[in-house]
Write a new protein. Structure first.
Length: 104
C-alpha cells in the first residue's frame, strides 16, 4: 500500500482532479469470509483535498468502494498552474495515506 496518485489539470478556469487511493478496501463481509471476524475489515473512510491550504474536497466514504478506488472531482476559483493539490485519506484502522500532484 503506497498512497495516493494525484493528477490535476486546469482548463477554462476549472481544475479537474483524478486521484487513485492505493488500498485493498476489505469490507465487513469480505473480512468475515476470509478471517471469520468482521473486526478485520478495513476501508477508506475519509478523503480530503487542499490547494494552497484551502480545502477543496472533504468527504466521507463507506465500505462500498472497489479496491484502489479512483475519485474524480473539480473546482474553480482556487489554484493556478504549478500549484499543488494535496490529498489525505484515512482508513478504518486510522492509517493515513498522502499524495500530491501539480496542477498542469
Amino acid at each position: 500500500m503506497a498512497g495516493i496518485k494525484v493528477k490535476a489539470k486546469l482548463k477554462g478556469g476549472v481544475v479537474k482532479v483524478k486521484a487513485m487511493v492505493k488500498h485493498p478496501m476489505m469490507t465487513y463481509n469480505m473480512a468475515e469470509k476470509k478471517t471469520g471476524s468482521r473486526d478485520n475489515a478495513n476501508f477508506v473512510t475519509h478523503l480530503t483535498a487542499t490547494v494552497n491550504g484551502e480545502t477543496v474536497l472533504d468527504m466521507s466514504t463507506s465500505q462500498f468502494l472497489s479496491k484502489n478506488p479512483i475519485f474524480k472531482f473539480q473546482f474553480k476559483g482556487i489554484g493556478k498552474k504549478g500549484d499543488k493539490v494535496e490529498m489525505l485519506a484515512v482508513d478504518l484502522k486510522g492509517k493515513t495515506y498522502k499524495g500530491k500532484g501539480k496542477i498542469k
